[in-house]
Design a protein around this ligand. Structure first.
Ligand code: SF4
Ligand code: SF4
Length: 129
C-alpha cells in the first residue's frame, strides 16, 4: 500500500517513521521524500495486510502525521496516448508495457514514481497523481 505522509513543523524533526518500523516490524520503502525547512512529505510503500492498516494509520496520526492512501501513482490519459511506446523502455523498473497495438499498461505496484515516463511522453499523456 502506498501512503503519502505529511509532516508539520511540530513533528518534522522526529524519527516517526523509524519508530513505526521498530514498533510494527514493517519493511517500509521510501519512494519520495521532500523535506524543506519546517515541513515535509513522504511517499512510502508499506506491505500491509487489511487488518494492519488501521493500526499503522493510527500510530502515525497520533503523532501528528497526516496520512493519505494514494493509488495510483501514475495516470495514463488513454484519449491522448498514441501508443508510440516511448514510455516503455525508459522505465527503470519495467512498470510499463505495451499490450497489442493499442494498449499501454502501467503496473502501479512496480512504479517508483521516478517521473521518467512523464517526461518521455511526447503527448503528455502520463501524469503523476
Ligand atoms: S514513473 Fe518511473 S517507475 Fe513509474 S511507470 Fe513511469 S518510468 Fe516507470
Ligand atoms: S509515450 Fe505517451 S503517447 Fe507514447 S505510448 Fe507512452 S503514454 Fe502513450
Amino acid at each position: 500500500m502506498k501512503l503519502r505522509l505529511t509532516y508539520t513543523p511540530e513533528n518534522v524533526g522526529e524519527p516517526i517513521l523509524s519508530k513505526l518500523i521498530l514498533a510494527k516490524g514493517l519493511e517500509v520503502n521510501i519512494i519520495e521524500a521532500r523535506i524543506s525547512g519546517d515541513r515535509g512529505t513522504m511517499i512510502v510503500d508499506v506491505p500491509l495486510r487489511g487488518d494492519e492498516v488501521q493500526g499503522v494509520v493510527e500510530f502515525l496520526r497520533e503523532r501528528g502525521v497526516r496520512v493519505e492512501s494514494i493509488a495510483p501513482l501514475i495516470e495514463l490519459d488513454e484519449g491522448e496516448c498514441i501508443y508510440c511506446g516511448a514510455c516503455v523502455s525508459p522505465c527503470p523498473v519495467q512498470a510499463i508495457r505495451m499490450e497489442g497495438w493499442r494498449g499501454i499498461r502501467i503496473d502501479q505496484d512496480r512504479c517508483i514514481r521516478c517521473m521518467i515516463c512523464v517526461n518521455a511522453c511526447p503527448m503528455r499523456a502520463i501524469r503523476a497523481v
